[in-house]
Write a protein that binds this ligand. Sequence first.
Ligand code: NAP
Length: 304
Amino acid sequence: MSLLPAVPATRTLGEGGPAISPIAWGMWRLADDGRSAAEAAKLVHAALDAGITLLDTADIYGFDGKAGFGKAEELLGQVLAAEPGLREAMVLATKGGILPPLPYDQSPEYLAEAIDASLRRLRVERVDLWQIHRPDILAHPHETARALDRAIAQGKVGALGVSNFTIAQTAALNGFLDHKLVATQPEISTLRIDAIENGELDQAMALGLVPLAWSPLGGGRLANPETPRDKAVAAALDTVATAHDVSRTVTAYSWLMAHPAGIVPIVGSQQAARIAEAAQALTVRWTRQDWYAVLVAARGVPLP
Ligand code: NAP
């Protein structure tokens, strides 16, 4: 049976942009459990040693509902200050635009402040990718675009992305930008296939956006599936995992990566061994039949 194409060893973040690994590592949970800078450094090294060069954080990571805004960026900033050579080894992505306790703010003033604050906490002069974390309904995309183009012109940001935007919101912002979007970050996993079916990934392909998949294991649910539907997805993945002698999670990442949009799963584990293991996803090749079997399990109903 013929196999779907192999995943390339690198992708490009926008035309003429930096090369990125086809798997990313995310730091949403980095500041949890009182992790020290030395412990955080070990995880950064685990990712880089595994060939994972795209590192994703956000200004709100570490916020627990009351305090902790900026904590994950600060921790990475400490790691980078202790080992400045690491900065060049990674493609650094962060996000902003969620302002607790208010929901979202993309006014030009707030965006400029948020970008500066992220750079200060990360102790860098520039991030390679800056993403709007969630859409602010009250911001006109023209105003937002001007603020973001300015950040690029100032050299503070290498490229722009969005997260959790609808197709229309992405198109509207992109239309106003001089420096077009290079990435979009929806939730995508074998347990959350909306972006696969609702046109978001088709838009990503049409606009040349790299789709970064957040919670690629459904936030860990895939490791311990509870509902009949989640168990069916896990079983469909396990068939392929057994044949390739890899874990279910590795198969779950590779299923995303086999999509023609070039989905980049953002590995969420904060365990060095699991981060290293994720790189095995590059070795798994899917047949069309096996890939669709997982999709059908995720849909919960047969294909029409
Ligand atoms: P995930 O990979 O779906 O879930 C990771 C969680 O699953 C961790 O707590 C991990 O625990 C657990 N887990 C259990 N068994 C595992 C196994 N066998 N292998 C790996 N992990 C296992 O990803 P996520 O953390 O929810 O999200 C990943 C990244 O996406 C975040 O770091 C962030 O960069 C991004 N994100 C973005 C948004 C957004 O709105 N843009 C929202 C959420 C997340 P251990 O740490 O103990 O391994």
